[in-house]
Design a protein around this ligand. Structure first.
Ligand SMILES: [Mg+2]
Length: 587
């Protein structure tokens, strides 16, 4: 027992001496389990990994070692495993406060069953030549530089990308995202300093037609030009953006009241409305502007834009200036329009439409010479909406195209019926500008006439002059084809639009229909009477027919007869009625 105790004491003492000795050497020593968990380490190792020894035990050596100068792990388990029983050795450079070369050597302790590993990490910087260290230093510097350059390039790329996603690729103006950013900034300014935010929502009129007629390249060029014109008309601090399509938005905090805003909108409309020549065409662009002026800094960005958009929608249909201000009542109106649109679509699907016919008479003896087919929506007893409500909407939404085709085939069918009953009436059918612009109207009309067994000479097409002025070539060629087949062309609502008398001689038309506004006023308004007389004389000289629209009183009838007007239409002779009733008009 005594000898045994002596032996243990001796062993402990020599172990202590050994550990103390290992603690003094500058090489870092570590013993780990075979999977790298630290079982023991000396003070130099703790120094190398910059931690205190007790905390290191039990952790993985691979996690504790510092990374090398390239940021890679100094040592990994795969390397150690690959070394097998032989262990391994290599040198790495650390870049801490200065460059240090570290030689790492390891070996499994083969005498033990669990094969612990012993690692030795030695600072061999002194063994590297000055030349080697300099090469290494330069390599590291180059790498750092490259990384920095890469980061800078990435940052630039990121910025460019951010700008790009906020920019319209066609015009280079801020896009919807860019606009949102600007409005958020304006709202912040408004919260801090007060003031008003104004949004002017601008939308080109008939842009789709320009695109269809001249192609997308010219459409894009026009958008760029519009962007430039708008930009030139703005003041410092106003922000212009393009939302997509033909929509531009001006954001400004420089407007104080509606008068200010109206002036600005008129300036924008003037700038945009200048003639623009492309190839051998001249386009006169025009724009509708909806304005929303807001005092409320807590309104959302979307709501600010939505209100200006609603006002724009209103501007499209109202007034000559094409400028409207947002007002809460607009919400209701637009909702009504949306409802009407659904009804219109429904009516088209279920053919819940009918044609009413209004007689056209010889003023001298009141003999009915023709009928004008007029579209009505809903049932005869309960119409859904008046034509002045749904026709503009149908035009805007292009629903007028299928509706127009329905009107043509329905009216021709009725005409066939009238003729087979021995009537000699002609049938006038109204055609919208959109139908005429959509090429193929003459083909459709003539093929329908043939199918219905209708001679084209029994028919009349009524067009308004706007189409002849905006698209003279297309309209003229379509109308010529129809006239060659025998169809007559009446110019509707004459006197309300551009109405240049000198035009008349050149248009492919047979008759003008003088607008009801002249008929209702000429007895009291001397100037209107003079113009009306001139129209009657001129049409006679040009060999054109003339029909007075909207005759309601006996006095108007007598006055027109006295002026030499031959034909007319109006409540005095018959309201628009469904076929069976309109036939009852006294002939
Ligand atoms: Mg008409």
């Amino acid at each position: 027992m005594n000898d045994q105790r002596k032996l243990v004491v001796e062993l402990r003492r020599s172990m202590g001496r050994l550990e103390a000795a290992l603690g003094t050497i500058s090489d870092a020593l570590v013993i780990t389990s075979c999977d790298g968990r630290v079982l023991w380490c000396n003070a130099s190792y703790a120094q190398l990994v910059e931690r205190t020894p007790p905390a290191l035990l039990g952790e993985s050596i691979y996690d504790q070692l510092p990374r090398d100068c390239d940021g890679a792990p100094l040592l990994n388990p795969e390397q150690v495993q690959a070394g097998g029983d032989q262990g391994g050795q290599f040198t790495r450079v650390l870049d801490r406060h200065d460059l240090r070369a570290i030689e790492i050597e390891w070996k499994p302790i083969r005498s033990e069953r669990l094969r612990p590993l012993i690692f030795c990490l030695r600072d061999v910087s002194a063994l590297l030549s000055y030349q080697q260290l300099r090469v290494e230093a330069e390599r590291i510097e180059r790498r750092r530089q490259q990384t920095e350059n890469l980061n800078r390039a990435l940052e630039l790329e990121r910025l460019a990308l951010a700008t790009k996603v906020m920019e319209c690729p066609v015009t280079g103006l801020p896009n919807r995202r860019g606009l949102h950013v600007s409005i958020r900034a304006a709202l912040k300014t408004q919260r801090e300093n007060g003031g008003r935010i104004s949004i002017l929502f601008c939308d080109l009129n008939s842009f789709k037609e320009i695109n269809d007629l001249h192609g997308h390249q010219i459409g894009d060029d026009l958008l760029i030009e519009i962007g430039r014109r708008l930009q030139r008309s703005l003041r410092f601090g106003d922000i212009l953006s393009r939302l997509g399509g033909d929509e531009f938005v001006v954001l400004t905090m420089g407007i104080f009241d509606e008068g200010d805003a109206l002036q600005m909108a008129m300036r924008l409309n003037d700038a945009v409305g200048q003639a623009w020549s492309v190839e051998d065409h001249t386009i006169r662009p025009s724009m509708s502007i909806g304005i929303n002026i807001s005092d409320d800094p807590d309104i959302s960005v979307d709501e600010l834009i939505r209100r200006a958009d609603l006002a724009m929608y209103e501007a499209k249909t109202n007034g000559d200036q094409h400028i409207s201000f947002y007002h809460p009542s607009i919400d209701k109106r637009v909702r009504k329009n949306i409802h009407l649109r659904h009804q219109l679509e429904g009516a088209l699907q279920h053919e819940a439409m009918f044609l009413a016919y209004q007689p056209i008479v010889e003023l001298g003896d009141r003999i009915v010479v023709g009928m004008e087919a007029l579209l009505r929506l809903g049932a005869i007893a309960s119409p859904i909406a008046t034509p002045s409500e749904f026709i503009p909407l149908a035009e805007r939404t292009a629903l007028i195209l299928p509706i127009g085709r329905w009107v043509i085939s329905e009216a021709l069918k009725h005409l066939r019926q009238l003729r087979s009953e021995g009537s000699e009436l002609t049938m006038a059918i109204n055609v919208s500008p959109l139908q005429l612009k959509e090429s193929g109207l003459s083909d459709f009309f003539l093929s329908q006439a043939e199918r219905s067994g209708v001679d084209p000479s029994w028919t009349v097409i009524e067009v308004t002059e706007s189409i002849l002025i905006e698209h003279p070539d297309l309209a003229t060629s379509e109308l010529r084809r129809l006239r060659e087949a025998g169809v007559k062309v009446h110019l509707d609502d004459f006197g309300t639009g551009y109405s240049s008398m000198s035009w008349l001689a050149r248009l492919p038309i047979d008759t003008i229909k003088v607008d009801r506004s002249f008929i209702s006023d000429f007895l009291h308004d001397h100037r209107k009477a003079v113009v009306l007389e001139a129209m009657i004389r001129l049409s006679r000289d040009l060999g054109l027919g003339l029909i007075a629209e909207g005759i309601e009183t006996v006095e108007q009838h007598a006055g027109l007869l006295a002026m030499g007007c031959l034909q007319g239409q109006g409540f005095l002779f018959g309201k628009p009625e469904p076929l069976s009733r309109s036939c009852a008009v006294p002939a």
